[in-house]
Unconditional design. Structure first.
Length: 137
């Protein structure tokens, strides 16, 4: 985990395809998509430009509630968020906060360990599936 708690993985897909794969992966894990924020579209609405920058807000009360029961302030960081963005060189990235960092930020207790472990496993699996090209057959 980086010191800032941000995990960033390069995607092998376009921003649009990465976001579509992310939404599908989140739903396949039984999580709810609460919102999709297209920052580039927002910039365009005010006459400004921004490379593709899309935020997905998602989660599950079953996963998040135990964390909030241990440290209610963690609700500022939940539901989870993942950002799909394109850098100046045209590379596409997926970024999200490490659940362990979120728990640590809120003085996480031992009671959070199982929930954090589950959340981390789900996010890592989704991220790997979303960003990696399918194996050649």
């Amino acid at each position: 985990m980086d010191g800032d708690g941000l995990i960033t993985i390069q995607s092998q897909y376009t921003p649009k395809d990465t976001m579509q794969r992310l939404e599908a992966g989140v739903k396949a894990k039984g999580m709810t998509v609460f919102a999709h924020v297209d920052h580039a579209a927002g910039a365009a609405e005010v006459g400004m430009t921004l490379r593709p920058t899309d935020l997905l807000i998602f989660g599950s009360p079953k996963g998040g509630t135990p964390l909030m029961q241990s440290a209610q302030t963690i609700g500022i960081d939940l539901p989870l968020k993942a950002l799909v963005w394109e850098d100046a060189k045209g590379h596409v990235w997926l970024s999200y906060n490490d659940p362990a960092w979120i728990a640590q930020r809120h003085a996480g207790t031992a009671g959070m360990r199982a929930a954090v472990r589950t959340m981390t496993g789900a996010l890592n699996a989704i991220a790997a599936e979303v960003t990696s090209a399918a194996p050649k057959k």
